[in-house]
Design a protein around this ligand. Structure first.
Ligand code: HEM
Length: 510
């Protein structure tokens, strides 16, 4: 089989192997001389860091699996045995436990970096989709892993999450039974979760391989968001970025070690050191911190989506497609027809939302606000307003909102239609994006609090709803609008010109 041109290696062993199977030529091409933009900042370290964390998780997981017993009677004790009796067991477990958190930290930074610099845009859409798939697989793997120590949060977290499936109409209950291997989280659940938790990291590994393959076809984006125009814009990956990645990785590992050695339980929940008890429900069931923003989105939908709400929602969705996503509306003849539909859609959604919410308003408050009580009475008297007739229950709505929020990532390359990639040259996009990051963090806080908590008198559930609203608006409304109307700053001619310009500026200052 021909393998193209290759340069001989000096080392005779390397040459012997390479002349039979040119693996060193391949590695040199992809990781040695591979041309990479010369202007990466430290945010470009996080792909390599995520790769390192994946290897750490697989290696430590393998050793944990040698001592772990997937049986509801023994699992908790087998983990305690790893911590106390197995040589170095505590270290392996703490590396793995905190590793999950640090893996997510690296990947969250990696994702937000990609969003800030528009790395998902043409020609890197497939690279981005593979990344989104990795993120989904990581979430599944982390959830499955958290069940294994069989603590209180393991059991109750699994009960809540698998409970989502019952929200799916018609097949939900059967699906949940199939997933659990019974009617509740029990031994069959634990054994299948262990099997899947062992398998999925290898699936992730395979998708990471495809991810990096796609990256090496398109080449990397960079902080300027413009393509390299020639060799003056790039550097060979080795030694420049092998060194920069190693330095970033070292700093990351130091922080990771601080957690492993000095605060190993800081990111976990203390209740998971209590053995799972199906008869005792913890006061607050919370997922691991990296799921909290999505958990807040899940809990933000507390209203049933009745026919009024859904009709209004459908009209607003058509308006979104016609006036925001399309350059010219196809089905709606004029702007005034659009405004009329906006009023009708908005009113229907409001009627549906208020009518359903009335059922949950505090009775004493309603008594004190006679006007609102009258309105509620009138709304609830309307046909198809009751919760029972609502096609989408609050639970299903929450589940759809949560999965939808991850699904949006997959289609992001088609939602942001602006030709300029980097937020450096898009001032409005930059503000909206940074606001998204802040709101994502606020959603994380909301997710960590009890459902009925309030801050400064504002119920957190409303904060969660507003945050969810912004999250969706960012993807579905703001990005398409900015794509059409935002005026970008002038882009530099080339990477090396921008880099040298910066250097000259710095030198003249000195
Ligand atoms: C196990 C998880 C992951 C690993 C090991 C990984 C690995 C990598 C590596 C090594 C790079 C090149 C270095 C860099 O640009 O930082 C990269 C680039 C990239 N990754 Fe990932 N990745 C992972 C997850 C994700 C996820 C979840 C997404 C998005 C949803 C994503 C999107 C991207 C994009 C868009 C690039 C190109 C960046 C650019 O050229 O500017 N990756 N990835």
């Amino acid at each position: 089989m021909g393998s193209g041109h290759r340069e001989p290696f000096e080392n005779p062993v390397v040459e012997w192997i390479d002349s039979r199977m040119p693996i060193f030529t391949l590695l040199n091409k992809e990781y040695g001389v591979f041309p990479v933009p010369r202007n990466f900042n430290y945010f470009w370290n996080f792909g390599a860091i995520a790769g390192f964390m994946l290897v750490v998780m697989i290696a430590t997981g393998l050793f944990l699996a040698m001592h772990y017993t997937a049986d509801t009677d023994l699992a908790f004790d087998s983990v305690e045995r790893i911590m106390r009796d197995v040589n170095g067991g505590w270290l392996i477990r703490y590396i793995h436990m905190n590793g999950a958190s640090f893996f997510f930290i690296a990947v969250y930074i990696h994702i937000f970096r990609g969003m800030y610099y528009g790395s998902y845009k043409k020609p890197r859409e497939l690279l981005w989709i593979l990344g989104s798939l990795i993120f989904l697989l990581m979430m599944a793997t982390a959830f499955l892993g958290y069940v294994l120590p069989w603590g209180q949060m393991s059991l109750w977290g699994a009960t809540v999450i698998t409970g989502f499936f019952t929200a799916i109409p018609f097949v939900g209950e059967d699906l949940q039974t199939l997933l659990l291997g019974g009617f509740a989280v029990d031994n069959p659940t634990l054994t299948r979760f262990f099997a899947l938790h062992f398998l999925l990291p290898f699936v992730i590994f395979a998708v990471v391989f495809l991810h990096v393959w796609a990256l090496h076809v398109s080449g990397s984006n960079n902080p300027l968001g413009i393509e390299p125009k020639g060799p003056q814009d790039t550097l060979p990956f080795h030694p420049y970025y092998t060194m920069k990645d190693s330095f970033g990785l070292l700093v990351f590992i130091i922080i990771y070690c601080v957690f492993i050695f000095f605060m190993p339980d800081a990111l976990g929940h203390p209740d998971n050191y209590i053995k799972a008890d199906p008869l005792v429900t913890p006061a607050h069931i919370v997922p691991e911190w990296y799921f909290l923003p999505f958990y807040a989105i899940l809990r933000a939908i507390t209203f049933n989506m009745n026919l009024y709400f859904l009709a209004g929602f459908a009209i607003l969705a058509v308006l979104l497609v016609e006036f925001v996503w399309r350059k010219k509306p196809v089905y709606i003849p004029s702007a005034s027809a659009g405004i009329a539909l906006l009023a009708v859609g908005g009113l229907l959604a409001l009627i549906g939302f208020t009518g359903d919410s009335c059922a949950r308003i505090d009775a004493a408050w309603l008594e004190a606000n006679a006007g609102f009580k009258g309105l509620c009475g009138a709304l609830q008297g309307l046909p198809f307003m009751s919760a029972e007739t609502a096609p989408v229950s609050a639970k299903l709505g929450g589940v759809l909102a949560m999965f939808g929020s991850v699904a949006l990532l997959f289609v992001l390359p088609w939602l942001d239609t602006h030709p300029v990639r980097s937020a450096r040259y898009r001032p409005l996009y930059r503000v909206c994006f940074l606001l998204l990051v802040v709101i994502f963090l606020i959603l994380g806080y909301v997710g960590s609090q009890p459902a009925d908590a309030a801050i400064a008198g504002i119920p957190l559930i409303l904060v969660g709803l507003a945050g969810t609203g912004y999250y969706y608006a960012y993807f579905l409304l703001i990005l398409p609008l900015l794509g059409r109307f935002e005026k970008a700053k002038p882009l530099p001619e080339s990477i090396h010109e921008a880099v040298l310009g910066k250097q000259i500026k710095a030198e003249t200052k000195i």
